[in-house]
Design a protein around this ligand. Structure first.
Ligand code: ATP
Length: 259
């Protein structure tokens, strides 16, 4: 593709992203308005406002303890804000809405059963008994050969891929991932990234916490930078990674200690 066309395509893509950010009827679009979370005397999230498009891969970055996981839990309704509102498609998240979302944690949440039983359990909870679908899911994440093995005997990367299969079994509109590749080796990281990319291509909104600017460069459409419980920046990934607005984000990206 000639350079000029490539540039034009990028602009069109970004225009779509911006257009969809204001499409409040898209159930995959998240809005936080003046959200705060206080526990005891400590304010963990302070006046966070954010509008995420229902499309694309949003990555949340920031130093340890910045409040990234709290933000994800608030978005998914696992914690209620002390102040402010969280809406999806303009509506507060209810149980029906939550069932269209799937969350994946840094430490995979698995049953002490076989690999197949882990996926069957999730399908059964939705009233589905479908061995072919379960096998397709395991094949998709590269675990069909391990199907009868106890899940606890899988490697860290395999366990995380099983957690992704469980999440994908729900055919989620939104996947929220809290550092799913932390402490995995590069090959495992790339496998998980490609599963996430495929989910995104199939129409799932992805919100993904990472510490790794390289990973953000490979996956992110837009990046939210969180520091000390505040949303400091939110913008297109290429701009954030090359020219962040704030000194805190510059320090973070350059590996300087951010306190
Ligand atoms: N249940 C809780 N009660 C009080 N404080 C908490 C609770 N859970 C977390 N915190 C504190 O809230 C702050 C934000 O935590 P959070 O886990 O969101 O950070 P993070 O940005 O995800 O960090 P990391 O990158 O290390 O995972 C931290 O200072 C943490 O100690």
């Amino acid at each position: 593709m000639p350079m000029r066309d490539a540039v034009t395509d990028n602009i069109v893509e970004f225009d779509n992203l911006r257009h969809n950010a204001s499409d409040s009827t898209d159930q995959r679009a998240l809005a936080l308005q003046d959200v705060s979370l206080t526990v005891g005397d400590t304010t963990l999230i302070e006046d966070a406002s954010l509008s995420l498009s229902g499309n694309g891969i949003t990555m949340i970055m920031g130093p340890n303890g910045a409040g990234k996981s709290m933000l994800l839990k608030l978005a998914h309704g696992l914690i209620a804000p002390t102040k402010g509102t969280v809406t999806w498609g303009g509506e507060p998240l209810n149980d029906a809405g939550r069932r269209t979302q799937a969350m994946v944690f840094q430490k995979p949440v698995l049953l002490r059963r076989s690999v197949v039983a882990n996926v069957d359990f999730v399908l059964k909870a939705r009233g589905i008994r479908d061995a072919a679908r379960r096998n397709d899911l395991l094949d998709h994440v590269g675990l069909l050969d391990h199907a009868r093995q106890p899940a606890r005997l899988l490697s860290g990367g395999e366990q995380q891929r099983l957690a992704l299969a469980r999440a994908l079994a729900l055919k989620p509109k939104v996947m929220l991932l809290d550092e799913p590749t932390a402490s995995l080796d590069p090959a495992s990281v790339l496998k998980i990234e490609s599963i996430v990319q495929e989910a995104h291509t199939a129409g799932t909104k992805i919100i993904f916490i990472t510490h790794d600017p390289g990973q953000a460069g490979r996956l992110a459409d837009d990046i939210v930078f969180v520091h000390r419980g505040r949303v400091h920046e939110h913008g297109p990934a290429d701009l954030f990674l090359s020219r962040p607005d704030t000194q805190e984000a510059r320090d973070f990206l350059q590996g300087r200690i951010v306190v």
